[in-house]
Design a protein around this ligand. Structure first.
Ligand SMILES: [Zn+2]
Length: 238
Protein backbone atom coordinates (compact mmCIF):
# COMPACT_ATOMS: atom_id res chain seq x y z
CA UNK A 1 0.00 0.00 0.00
CA UNK A 2 1.34 3.46 -0.82
CA UNK A 3 1.57 6.03 1.95
CA UNK A 4 -1.23 8.04 0.30
CA UNK A 5 -3.54 5.01 0.25
CA UNK A 6 -2.69 4.34 3.91
CA UNK A 7 -3.43 7.99 4.76
CA UNK A 8 -6.80 7.99 3.00
CA UNK A 9 -7.81 4.69 4.58
CA UNK A 10 -6.87 5.57 8.17
CA UNK A 11 -7.66 9.31 8.09
CA UNK A 12 -10.38 9.99 5.49
CA UNK A 13 -10.92 13.60 6.67
CA UNK A 14 -7.26 14.62 6.87
CA UNK A 15 -6.01 17.75 5.09
CA UNK A 16 -2.56 19.29 4.79
CA UNK A 17 -1.45 21.39 7.78
CA UNK A 18 -1.73 24.55 5.68
CA UNK A 19 -5.28 23.69 4.63
CA UNK A 20 -6.15 22.83 8.22
CA UNK A 21 -4.88 26.17 9.50
CA UNK A 22 -6.72 27.99 6.69
CA UNK A 23 -9.96 26.26 7.71
CA UNK A 24 -9.38 27.06 11.37
CA UNK A 25 -8.75 30.74 10.57
CA UNK A 26 -11.94 30.91 8.49
CA UNK A 27 -13.87 29.31 11.33
CA UNK A 28 -12.64 31.62 14.09
CA UNK A 29 -12.53 34.84 12.09
CA UNK A 30 -16.29 35.55 12.56
CA UNK A 31 -15.75 34.86 16.29
CA UNK A 32 -13.42 37.85 16.49
CA UNK A 33 -10.05 36.13 16.21
CA UNK A 34 -7.92 38.47 14.12
CA UNK A 35 -4.17 37.98 13.85
CA UNK A 36 -3.17 41.23 15.50
CA UNK A 37 -4.83 40.57 18.84
CA UNK A 38 -5.03 36.78 18.98
CA UNK A 39 -2.55 34.60 20.85
CA UNK A 40 -1.71 31.04 19.86
CA UNK A 41 -0.47 28.18 22.03
CA UNK A 42 0.65 24.87 20.56
CA UNK A 43 1.10 21.43 22.07
CA UNK A 44 3.02 19.08 19.81
CA UNK A 45 5.38 16.24 20.71
CA UNK A 46 9.09 16.95 21.20
CA UNK A 47 9.95 14.93 18.07
CA UNK A 48 11.68 17.13 15.48
CA UNK A 49 9.18 15.94 12.85
CA UNK A 50 6.41 17.90 14.58
CA UNK A 51 8.11 21.27 14.42
CA UNK A 52 6.81 22.38 11.05
CA UNK A 53 3.41 22.91 12.67
CA UNK A 54 4.39 25.61 15.18
CA UNK A 55 6.26 27.29 12.29
CA UNK A 56 3.07 27.39 10.22
CA UNK A 57 1.10 28.67 13.22
CA UNK A 58 3.69 31.43 13.69
CA UNK A 59 3.22 32.53 10.09
CA UNK A 60 -0.53 32.81 10.52
CA UNK A 61 -0.91 33.90 14.16
CA UNK A 62 2.53 35.11 15.34
CA UNK A 63 4.90 33.09 17.55
CA UNK A 64 2.98 30.54 19.64
CA UNK A 65 3.52 29.63 23.28
CA UNK A 66 4.90 26.09 23.54
CA UNK A 67 2.77 23.81 25.73
CA UNK A 68 3.85 20.36 24.72
CA UNK A 69 5.75 17.45 26.08
CA UNK A 70 6.00 13.84 24.88
CA UNK A 71 2.94 12.71 22.95
CA UNK A 72 1.75 16.36 22.70
CA UNK A 73 0.40 16.23 26.22
CA UNK A 74 0.73 19.72 27.73
CA UNK A 75 3.61 19.40 30.18
CA UNK A 76 3.91 22.97 31.47
CA UNK A 77 1.81 22.56 34.62
CA UNK A 78 -0.33 25.19 36.30
CA UNK A 79 2.56 27.68 36.46
CA UNK A 80 3.14 27.38 32.73
CA UNK A 81 -0.54 27.77 31.90
CA UNK A 82 -0.70 30.90 34.06
CA UNK A 83 2.30 32.30 32.16
CA UNK A 84 0.72 31.50 28.79
CA UNK A 85 -2.59 33.14 29.73
CA UNK A 86 -0.82 36.22 31.04
CA UNK A 87 0.72 36.78 27.58
CA UNK A 88 -2.61 37.07 25.74
CA UNK A 89 -3.04 40.55 24.23
CA UNK A 90 -5.77 42.57 25.89
CA UNK A 91 -6.00 45.75 23.81
CA UNK A 92 -9.60 44.81 23.09
CA UNK A 93 -11.85 44.27 26.09
CA UNK A 94 -11.38 40.49 25.90
CA UNK A 95 -8.40 38.42 24.86
CA UNK A 96 -8.44 35.81 22.11
CA UNK A 97 -6.63 32.54 22.74
CA UNK A 98 -6.33 29.83 20.12
CA UNK A 99 -4.94 26.49 21.31
CA UNK A 100 -3.76 23.54 19.22
CA UNK A 101 -3.09 20.05 20.58
CA UNK A 102 -1.81 17.44 18.16
CA UNK A 103 -0.41 14.01 19.01
CA UNK A 104 1.38 12.66 15.96
CA UNK A 105 1.86 9.53 13.91
CA UNK A 106 4.03 8.69 10.90
CA UNK A 107 3.42 6.76 7.73
CA UNK A 108 6.53 5.28 6.12
CA UNK A 109 7.15 4.95 2.34
CA UNK A 110 5.65 1.42 2.38
CA UNK A 111 2.42 2.71 3.90
CA UNK A 112 3.11 1.35 7.41
CA UNK A 113 1.30 3.46 9.98
CA UNK A 114 3.21 4.36 13.14
CA UNK A 115 6.70 4.77 11.79
CA UNK A 116 8.79 7.21 9.80
CA UNK A 117 11.92 6.92 7.74
CA UNK A 118 14.06 9.77 9.01
CA UNK A 119 16.77 11.52 7.05
CA UNK A 120 20.02 9.58 6.62
CA UNK A 121 18.59 6.50 8.30
CA UNK A 122 17.94 3.27 6.45
CA UNK A 123 15.32 1.84 8.82
CA UNK A 124 12.03 3.38 9.85
CA UNK A 125 11.60 4.24 13.55
CA UNK A 126 8.35 4.61 15.53
CA UNK A 127 6.32 7.83 15.43
CA UNK A 128 5.31 8.71 17.98
CA UNK A 129 8.16 7.06 19.91
CA UNK A 130 6.52 7.91 23.24
CA UNK A 131 3.17 6.42 22.17
CA UNK A 132 4.91 3.31 20.79
CA UNK A 133 6.72 2.92 24.12
CA UNK A 134 3.39 3.26 25.95
CA UNK A 135 1.83 0.64 23.68
CA UNK A 136 4.74 -1.73 24.26
CA UNK A 137 4.45 -1.28 28.03
CA UNK A 138 0.71 -1.98 27.88
CA UNK A 139 1.47 -5.22 26.02
CA UNK A 140 4.56 -6.34 27.91
CA UNK A 141 4.31 -4.67 31.31
CA UNK A 142 5.96 -1.55 32.64
CA UNK A 143 9.65 -1.47 33.49
CA UNK A 144 10.40 -0.76 37.13
CA UNK A 145 11.56 2.81 37.75
CA UNK A 146 15.28 3.28 38.20
CA UNK A 147 15.81 4.98 41.59
CA UNK A 148 17.04 8.53 41.17
CA UNK A 149 15.85 8.85 37.58
CA UNK A 150 12.44 10.01 36.53
CA UNK A 151 10.42 9.67 33.38
CA UNK A 152 7.81 12.29 34.24
CA UNK A 153 6.39 13.00 30.82
CA UNK A 154 6.00 9.34 29.82
CA UNK A 155 4.46 8.53 33.22
CA UNK A 156 1.99 11.36 32.90
CA UNK A 157 1.14 10.41 29.30
CA UNK A 158 0.37 6.90 30.47
CA UNK A 159 -1.76 8.10 33.41
CA UNK A 160 -3.80 10.56 31.38
CA UNK A 161 -4.36 8.30 28.37
CA UNK A 162 -5.25 5.50 30.80
CA UNK A 163 -7.91 7.68 32.45
CA UNK A 164 -9.75 8.02 29.10
CA UNK A 165 -10.84 4.43 28.79
CA UNK A 166 -11.30 1.19 30.75
CA UNK A 167 -10.02 -0.81 27.83
CA UNK A 168 -6.97 0.71 26.14
CA UNK A 169 -6.60 -0.13 22.45
CA UNK A 170 -3.95 -2.59 21.34
CA UNK A 171 -2.74 -0.69 18.30
CA UNK A 172 -0.88 2.55 17.82
CA UNK A 173 -3.46 4.20 15.57
CA UNK A 174 -6.32 3.79 18.06
CA UNK A 175 -4.06 4.67 20.98
CA UNK A 176 -3.09 7.90 19.18
CA UNK A 177 -6.76 8.77 18.59
CA UNK A 178 -7.34 8.24 22.31
CA UNK A 179 -4.32 10.45 23.09
CA UNK A 180 -5.82 13.28 21.00
CA UNK A 181 -9.01 13.05 23.07
CA UNK A 182 -6.92 12.99 26.25
CA UNK A 183 -4.98 16.09 25.14
CA UNK A 184 -8.27 17.88 24.43
CA UNK A 185 -9.65 16.96 27.88
CA UNK A 186 -6.43 18.14 29.50
CA UNK A 187 -6.52 21.51 27.69
CA UNK A 188 -10.05 22.23 28.84
CA UNK A 189 -9.37 21.00 32.38
CA UNK A 190 -6.56 23.56 32.77
CA UNK A 191 -8.44 26.38 31.03
CA UNK A 192 -11.54 25.71 33.15
CA UNK A 193 -9.51 25.47 36.37
CA UNK A 194 -8.00 28.89 35.65
CA UNK A 195 -11.38 30.32 34.57
CA UNK A 196 -9.73 31.59 31.42
CA UNK A 197 -13.08 32.38 29.74
CA UNK A 198 -13.65 35.22 32.19
CA UNK A 199 -10.79 37.13 30.57
CA UNK A 200 -10.70 35.81 27.03
CA UNK A 201 -12.49 33.99 24.24
CA UNK A 202 -10.96 30.56 23.68
CA UNK A 203 -10.82 28.20 20.72
CA UNK A 204 -9.24 24.76 21.15
CA UNK A 205 -8.37 22.55 18.19
CA UNK A 206 -7.16 19.00 18.73
CA UNK A 207 -6.32 16.41 16.14
CA UNK A 208 -3.62 14.08 14.89
CA UNK A 209 -0.57 15.36 13.05
CA UNK A 210 0.42 12.88 10.35
CA UNK A 211 3.91 12.78 8.84
CA UNK A 212 4.26 11.48 5.30
CA UNK A 213 7.56 10.63 3.58
CA UNK A 214 7.31 13.69 1.30
CA UNK A 215 7.52 16.17 4.19
CA UNK A 216 4.05 17.70 3.86
CA UNK A 217 2.24 16.93 7.12
CA UNK A 218 -1.48 16.28 7.29
CA UNK A 219 -3.91 16.90 10.14
CA UNK A 220 -6.90 14.77 11.02
CA UNK A 221 -9.28 16.84 13.19
CA UNK A 222 -10.51 15.15 16.38
CA UNK A 223 -12.13 17.80 18.55
CA UNK A 224 -12.67 21.55 18.12
CA UNK A 225 -14.60 23.96 20.31
CA UNK A 226 -15.10 27.61 21.17
CA UNK A 227 -15.83 29.15 24.58
CA UNK A 228 -16.91 32.74 25.12
CA UNK A 229 -17.77 34.74 28.23
CA UNK A 230 -20.72 32.44 29.09
CA UNK A 231 -18.27 29.61 29.84
CA UNK A 232 -20.11 27.18 27.60
CA UNK A 233 -18.02 25.18 25.10
CA UNK A 234 -19.59 24.99 21.63
CA UNK A 235 -18.30 22.37 19.20
CA UNK A 236 -16.83 23.65 15.93
CA UNK A 237 -16.49 21.60 12.76
CA UNK A 238 -13.17 21.99 10.92
ZN1 LIG B 1 6.33 11.83 19.55
Amino acid sequence: MSHIEALNKAFPGAVSSEQYLARVAKLVSPLGFAREHSFAAVSVCRDELTQSFPDLVARRWDQPFSLGGLGALPSLGRTGWRAALSHVPSDHDRGHLIVFGLPHIGIDPEGNIGQSLRRHQDQATPTCGAMAALLSSLRNGFEPQTPGLDDNEADRLRRIVDSQSDQLPDNLLELTRLAATAVNTEMWAELDALQAHKEMDIAVFCGIQIHLPDEVDFISPVSSAFMGSDGIATALSV
